[in-house]
Structures are given as C-alpha cells and as structure tokens.
Design a protein around this ligand. Sequence first.
Ligand SMILES: [Zn+2]
Length: 289
Amino acid sequence: MSLKFTAGDLTIHRIIEQETTFLPAHEMLPGLTPEVLAGNRAWMKAARALDDSDTLILAFQSYVVKTPHHTILIDSCIGNHKPRPLRPAWNMKTDDTYLRGLSAAGVAVDDIDYVMCTHLHVDHVGWNTRLENGRWVPTFPKARYVFDRTEFDYWTETNAKTEVPPFVDSVLPVVEANKAEIVRNDFVIGDHVRILPTPGHTPGHVAFSFGRGKDDAVFSGDLMHSPIQTHFPELSAKFDVDQAVAAKTRRSFLERYCDTDTLCCTAHFPSPSAGKIRRKGNGFVCEMA
Ligand SMILES: [Zn+2]
C-alpha cells in the first residue's frame, strides 16, 4: 500500500487512522439509483471502495506534506478519548494507530509547523487536541492551526444554538491556546501553499493546493467521499450541507484538475487514496497513484 508520494519538491505521507466500511452506498449518496450502482459495482469492488453488501469503504486519514520550508499536517482525523456516542468506532478511542503512523513516517508531533483543516467535521479535527490531565491541549505544540474564516464562523453560530462536541473539544481549545490562524481565501504560506474555496459539503470547506508556481498536489478534503463521485459528480453525499452547491463545486474542481499533472489527495477514497484526474465520458476518473 502506498503511504508515501512525491510531487514536485513535495514529499507526502498518508497517516491512516481507519480504513473500513462506513455506510450503505444508497444511504451515503441519496441520488445513487440501483441502476447506476449495478453498472458500477464491479469496478467499485475491485477498487475496494465497496464491499459485498454494497457498503462504501472509506479511509480516514491525514496527510503530512513536507515542503522545502515546512512540515504541514492536512486534517487531523478522529482522535482519542473523544465522546462520539453516535459512532462506536470513533467513540472514546484509545488505540495508538494514528500516532504510530506518524512515527512510521518519521514525523514527531513537534515537527509539525502547521495543521490545516479542510473543514471542521468530526473526522477532520480529532487529533487537533489530546487529553492531558483532564484538559484538551493542542497535540502539535509548535504548530499554527489554520481554519477558514467562513467555516469557523459557521460552526461558532451552529455551536451557539446546540453544542457541537468536536468544535468544543477539538477546535476551541486550539483557539484558547492562541494557536489558531483564522484565515480568508487569500491566505498563503510562502510560495508553496494556497487555499482553494470549495463550498458545499460545508459552507467554508476549502481545498489546499501545494507547489511552487503550479499545483503539484491538491488536498480535496470532503468535496468528494467515494470514487464513484468522480464518474458522477452530481452525486452529493448526505452529509453535504448544500447538495446543489457541493455538486457544482465537485464538477468544477474535477474540471480544473482534469488532465493535469496535479496529484489529487483525497480524504476518504480507499487506499491508495491519491491519483490524477482524467476525463471519462461525461465525468472523470481518479487514476490512482
Ligand atoms: Zn470526512
């Protein structure tokens, strides 16, 4: 299984926390008809994106990107000791899979200069913090944590109405520790890191593009969850806050990177999770690296 890629002057490591069955395909993708599923079942199963009972298989992972100047963590997965009663596999976890994955990649928590979250959902912020003496503290003590302003404001407002546990235990403690950079879309790090607004899954969802002068790699977060959405970009996920905007964003993202050399690193596609976007009929395919 590929856990390491190079693109331009970047070295990219995948840090997998879980790769497992998630939800039935028809539930996760409400627009998926039985006919379309039937026509795509074979390649989806061969790609280990679908199991024998038509349940989607997803990876839950971070990427560590080493640029010539910085070591950057993209998304921070599920985390440990977090009460997530609705998802048993994520609830009060104590395993060391994630931290072992980091050290296997030769990365210590002290090495991370930036943590960048594509959005603030539960499976993208978990390792932002860890439990220490009953308090949530930043897991990566030397890192600045980059959150998009639109996204941060959306969750601040949502949390004010009804508490959002991952925001409270995995985002706000970072802000309170003065480690957060709440940024707009013009945010860059040197000549290597840029933000690409990709709303729909959440209002302030962003992708991050990396590379000097051109996009050698792009981290697409949750603008798509399963490779079948590259073939049918109109298929939005049930978790997409605005399904129509998500579909539009998905197609324009795929169009932007189609037939380029940019390595597209997805959050949830099954291993190897990253590849290059190519045109296929009226849709696209992610040709895995
Ligand atoms: Zn996700």
